[in-house]
Design a protein around this ligand. Structure first.
Ligand SMILES: [Zn+2]
Length: 455
């Protein structure tokens, strides 16, 4: 017997037509690790066939699949058979650099090395990052992220004066403009040695607090790193801010920023949230050193985000030789200790990473392959949804929950292998019960910005 299954376009049209009232997405595969409802409690981290009833943009109920159109006489609405497709929550991307995104055409001197990226970015920032330039590139990036199904983003903002005066007002305006589509957060970013200047630290902390942002820095190894970290923690406590560090983005096993950040958090009895990105060098250290560090990270309640795209791109790049290690941190070992772990996009089309389009499915696919987030896949999907939402303090985001807005992504694939093997370009992103109808921004739009025209 030939099997007839509805195609993505038909399902999308059916949801669109039904979105004003009540409808049931029947026969969808929900993953127990990112779905909160009684019916899914037995699912653990497995997929379970379910029916999701949506009314006026909210998830009304989630029930185990009835495998048939609703027969109850009390049911009014449309039944849409999804034939076992996977439905996941919208993505949450907790570590990006929207202010750097898409400057690649202006930085021909960047050579794929970390040092080269720093120098090329600094030169471009100094020469070109006007409010118009930053806003244009950030908005372009947000449109891509939204199209792919991301509902919340934290971006770092280079905040060396005078750039802070330009980028923070742009961020605040974009956050307002994108409200309801993408929850936008920002963390300031500067080399931690700038925290030696009390006046600067106080001024930037004040700016961040006014903007509802996060206090962040690159925790480079410096002789007085512990004192500088203490100053960052004190400034955060004074202004009621959470913290977000870049640390140990290097092969050098002597880089121990993650341990020092955890120690500083414990010393200060810091009550806020702390997120640390990269932590690459941890993977190059002795087992006993790793254990001691992770004990402290767990005790301090510090969360870690791995950035596989940039780590693969920047780490172990040596003049024309083949890279021998993957550059990523010890995510499995962290997770086993109960440390909250996330994956995020980091840089896109800039000197730190030549590629990327803020598609978190792409990031999760790469993360799965680079970090072996499989056999079993378990609840690793939380690393791009529920866990970063918790890290960002966004209650209800990154999960599928009864009584919450119907925000989710309906994929064509019916298993992890199917979802993670194709680009899923025809995934259906549903926001507040209705499919979004955006297209990706055209690269040619960037030609309008100073120096980005490809000619
Ligand atoms: Zn970063």
């Amino acid at each position: 017997m030939a099997v007839s299954t509805p195609d993505q376009a038909a399902i999308q049209n059916a949801i669109r037509a039904a979105a004003h009232g009540r409808y049931v997405l029947g026969n969808v595969r929900l993953n127990g690790s990112v779905t909160r409802t009684g019916a899914m409690q037995s699912a653990g981290a497995e997929f379970l066939l379910a029916d999701v009833t949506v009314e006026h943009g909210m998830i009304l109920t989630i029930t185990t699949s009835s495998n048939a159109p609703q027969s109850s006489s009390s049911f009014e609405g449309v039944y849409i058979d999804c034939a076992g497709r996977v439905v996941l929550p919208c993505f949450v991307d907790c570590h990006t650099h929207l202010d750097k995104g898409h400057i690649l055409p202006r930085t021909p001197d960047a050579d794929g090395s970390f040092g080269g990226a720093l120098a090329a970015t600094k030169a471009d920032r100094t020469a070109n990052w006007t409010a118009e330039d930053v806003a244009g590139r950030m908005d372009f990036a947000l449109r891509s992220a939204f199209h792919y199904g991301t509902s919340a983003i934290r971006t770092h903002l280079d905040s060396q004066p005078p750039q802070d005066d330009i980028s923070w007002p742009v961020f605040m305006e974009l956050r307002q403009r994108w409200r309801g589509r993408i929850d936008l957060q920002a963390s300031c970013l500067f080399p931690i040695d700038m925290a030696r200047d009390d006046a600067f630290l106080d001024r930037i902390a004040r700016r961040v607090a006014t903007a509802g942002g996060i206090l962040g820095a690159v925790a480079y190894p410096t002789p007085d790193i512990d004192r500088l970290l203490d100053q960052m923690f004190q400034a955060a406590a004074r202004h009621g801010l959470n913290l977000d560090f870049h640390a140990d983005e290097t092969t050098d096993p002597s880089a121990d920023g993650l341990r020092r950040i955890a120690e500083a958090a414990l010393r200060s009895r810091f009550a806020g949230k702390v997120l640390v990105g990269h932590c690459c060098s941890l993977a190059m250290q002795e087992e006993a050193v790793v254990d001691a560090t992770l004990d402290k990270v767990a005790a301090a309640g510090v969360a870690v985000v791995s950035l596989p795209t940039c780590n693969l791109y920047l780490q172990d790049r040596r003049n024309g030789t083949t890279p021998r290690w993957r550059g990523v941190t010890l995510l499995h070992e962290m997770k086993k200790r109960g440390i909250p772990v996330a994956l995020a996009s980091d840089n896109t089309r800039d000197p730190f990473h030549s590629y990327g389009d803020l598609d978190m499915l792409d990031t999760f696919r790469l993360g799965t392959r680079v970090l072996h987030l499989d056999h079993p896949a378990g609840d690793w999907i939380r690393a791009v949804t529920t866990t970063p939402a918790e890290i960002m303090g966004l209650e209800g985001k990154g999960s599928i929950v009864e009584g919450q807005p119907a925000d989710f992504i309906l994929f064509e694939g019916r298993s992890w292998s199917e979802v993670l093997s194709r680009a899923e370009r025809n995934r259906i992103v549903v926001r507040q019960g209705a499919p979004i109808s955006t297209s990706l921004p055209s690269y040619a739009e960037l030609d309008e910005l100073e120096g980005l025209a490809l000619g």
